[in-house]
Design a protein around this ligand. Structure first.
Ligand code: F6P
Length: 360
């Protein structure tokens, strides 16, 4: 009988429970045992590894609707890759993880994580040398290379669109603009997709430079005297520091454009999991089960052309643009961004939405 450990690491998002529930369901019909490792690597590094047995009774398919992770994603103040690196204890930390995995007698670890966790799994791969390691990409930022979809992204887009749908009504009543700051770290996918769906007037993303005067002119010449400008949290404005939405808001006020800022914040990571994210979760769970049966290891599930398959972690790591991880000094994270051939960029321009000064 196979023994499978599953853990959710990094920031939470909607769709994690859908992944777990589908793994449990598929494992149970194969007679495999699934244990949930609580709070990501925290659960492995506590004195006795902290795990819970999962079955279809405590992980019913109906839980797929809920956001967050039933297993938890870790808490601040506990030793993790970030603190271990900072305090020079990374080797000891890695050994603890490896020992815990041995103690649990696991055959497989399923790691549901973002590009930081996946990059760490690859760069510290010796931790997993006694098990099959299968990774599932999740993040609202959609910044993971080699997969055109990540768990939680679709729900985050929906959450941000719903937020804008509400705001636009008050914007219209008061003839003013809202500068909405989206999450996404240094990637513009969330802002771009939500902006298109919500029909906003301007979308500013880190990948494309914008011109403040052009933005102001665009708003002044808009057919309405109200609307929304979505600003991705990762944009930089030369000569300024602080929240980009606030900087832009001040510039608009100085130009005589009435406006307010709005910060949807962590609501983007919450919300009932959309059907699209649930379908993605079941496809990724299915690809994971196949990978276990094929004895694959150091792989990640990836979505491309309506299908889910596995690719190697080596390919994942080599494919992205390696950037310095903002949290873990010394870690190069493999990252993916909005590229100039993104079809939505043409759509945006053809619809008269300001996206910045794109080189043609
Ligand atoms: O990576 C996911 C994400 O939600 C980013 O979009 C955001 O910048 C960050 O995490 C927020 O992290 P925290 O929950 O630590 O505030």
């Amino acid at each position: 009988m196979k023994k499978i450990g599953i853990m959710t690491t990094g920031g939470d998002c909607s769709g994690l429970n859908a992944v777990i529930a589908n793994i449990v369901r598929a494992a149970q019909i194969r007679g495999w045992r699934v244990v949930g490792i609580t709070d990501g690597t925290d659960g492995l590094t506590t004195h006795t590894p902290s795990v819970v047995d999962l079955d279809i009774i405590n992980m019913p398919p109906t839980i797929s609707r809920t956001s967050g992770s039933i297993l938890g994603n870790g808490h601040a103040g506990i030793m993790n890759f970030e603190t271990a690196t900072r305090s020079g204890q990374l080797r000891a930390f890695n050994n603890n993880l490896k020992t815990a995995i041995r103690k649990l007698k696991l055959d497989v670890i399923i790691l549901v994580g973002g590009n930081g966790s996946l990059s760490l799994a690859w760069t510290n791969r010796d931790i997993y040398s006694d098990v099959q390691l299968i990774c599932i990409p999740k993040t609202i930022d959609m910044d993971i290379p080699c997969t055109s979809r990540t768990i939680g992204f679709d729900t985050a887009v929906q959450q941000l669109v719903s937020y804008c749908d509400q705001l636009i009504l008050t914007a219209r009543s008061h003839h003013r603009w809202f500068v909405v700051q989206s999450m996404g770290r240094d990637c513009g996918q969330l802002a771009l997709n939500a902006g298109v769906a919500a029909g906003v007037h301007a979308i500013l993303i880190p990948e494309i430079k914008f011109d403040m005067n052009a933005l102001i002119a665009h708003i002044k010449h808009a057919p309405t005297d109200y609307g929304i400008i979505i600003v991705a949290e990762g944009i930089r404005i030369r000569g300024h520091s602080g929240q980009p939405a606030e900087i832009i808001s001040r510039k608009l006020t100085a130009a005589g454009i009435p406006n307010r800022t709005a910060f949807p914040g962590h609501i983007q990571r919450a919300g009932d999991t959309t059907a699209a994210d649930r379908i993605l979760a079941i496809q990724m769970a299915d690809a994971t089960i196949r990978a276990i049966e094929n004895n694959e290891t150091y792989v990640m599930t990836a979505y491309e052309n309506d299908q889910c398959r596995t690719i190697t972690l080596a390919d994942f790591y080599a494919a992205g643009r390696t950037v310095d991880d903002p949290n873990i000094s010394g870690l190069k994270t493999s990252n993916a961004y909005v590229t100039p051939d993104n079809p939505l960029l043409h759509v945006v321009e053809n619809m008269g939405i300001y996206i910045g000064e794109r080189r043609k």
